[in-house]
Design a protein around this ligand. Structure first.
Ligand SMILES: Nc1ncnc2c1ncn2[C@@H]1O[C@H](COP(=O)(O)OP(=O)(O)OP(=O)(O)O)[C@@H](O)[C@H]1O
Length: 257
């Protein structure tokens, strides 16, 4: 049987200085999944993504991407990454939006100057997906943070990655475009077969679109399908409320007796 693990995190622990940011984390992303990574602020989501991208190395444990140890893996064009930060270009930055998107092809093609007309077409198509084609000739530095973020999404898409990792990509996109954006991700996942791993705080929306959910709190507190997550959440919510009800009854008895 073909092992279709795109990402495998094996008992990984990581500390920045003295504090462990990740402790004994185990999880996998399989081919074709749309995985939502959720968890409270500071729970280690970005750290896990940085480990998967090889930006930092685990203190303990190991990571595999595309069935290869991350230590040997070098086919990084297979992985598109959109960071949480809107890497704002200032107003004077000379590149056009189209040039920025085309630069996403550099890793695949090697030489920027050999880009052909069909690559310009590909860049325009990517801009269409993120509804930014009318800004193709605009200077990147003249766009808003949200618009620049959408250009970065197009830039990641243009090289046809098999895995797209997104760290809160909806930051800076206005509310009326967020649903379109999730629809876009759904299409990329289902139609184009791109595996997605996406950090999000938008639990209500992301769990409607994602196929799987990973909950991070230094360790992995849950991994399963979105339906399993909803069930898990309901049980825990009910449990918390039952506990709170008991506490209220207890407090009430304490106060009134
Ligand atoms: N470069 C760094 N140096 C030291 N500590 C760091 C660094 N980056 C993150 N941390 C710490 O590691 C922990 C996990 O941070 P991380 O950014 O991975 O969490 P997160 O779940 O992505 O948070 P958020 O949802 O707020 O973006 C936090 O306690 C954070 O303060």
């Amino acid at each position: 049987m073909i092992d279709c693990k795109i990402v495998k995190v094996n008992s990984v622990s990581f500390k920045y200085e003295k504090e462990w940011a990740i402790k004994h984390a185990n999880f996998t992303v399989d081919k074709g999944q749309f995985v939502a990574m959720i968890g409270p602020n500071g729970s280690g989501k970005s750290t896990l993504v940085n480990l998967i991208l090889g930006f930092i190395k685990p203190n303990i444990g190991s990571i595999q991407v595309f069935n290869q140890s991350i230590k040997q893996f070098d086919d990084w064009k297979e992985i598109g990454y959109i960071s949480q930060q809107v890497n704002r270009f200032n107003g004077g930055f000379p590149a056009s939006v189209l040039e920025v998107v085309k630069s996403g092809l550099v890793s695949r093609l090697g030489m920027f100057r050999f880009l052909k007309r069909e690559h310009t077409q590909k860049a325009i198509e990517a801009l269409k997906i993120v509804e930014m084609e009318k800004f193709a000739k605009a200077k990147i530095g003249e766009l808003s943070g949200g618009q620049q973020q959408r250009v970065f999404i197009a830039r990641a898409l243009v090289s046809d990655p098999s895995l797209l990792i997104l760290d809160e990509p909806t930051v800076g996109i206005d509310a009326k475009h967020v649903n379109d954006f999730y629809d876009l991700l759904g299409r990329l996942n289902k139609k184009n077969g791109i595996t997605l791993l996406m950090i999000s705080h938008d639990i209500g929306t992301i769990t409607k679109h994602a196929t799987h959910v990973v909950c991070v709190n230094k360790a992995i507190s849950f991994q399963g399908t979105s339906d399993e997550y909803k069930q898990f959440n309901k049980q825990n919510f009910t449990h918390v409320h039952e506990h709170m009800d008991q506490q209220l009854i207890h407090d009430h008895v304490e106060v009134t007796s």
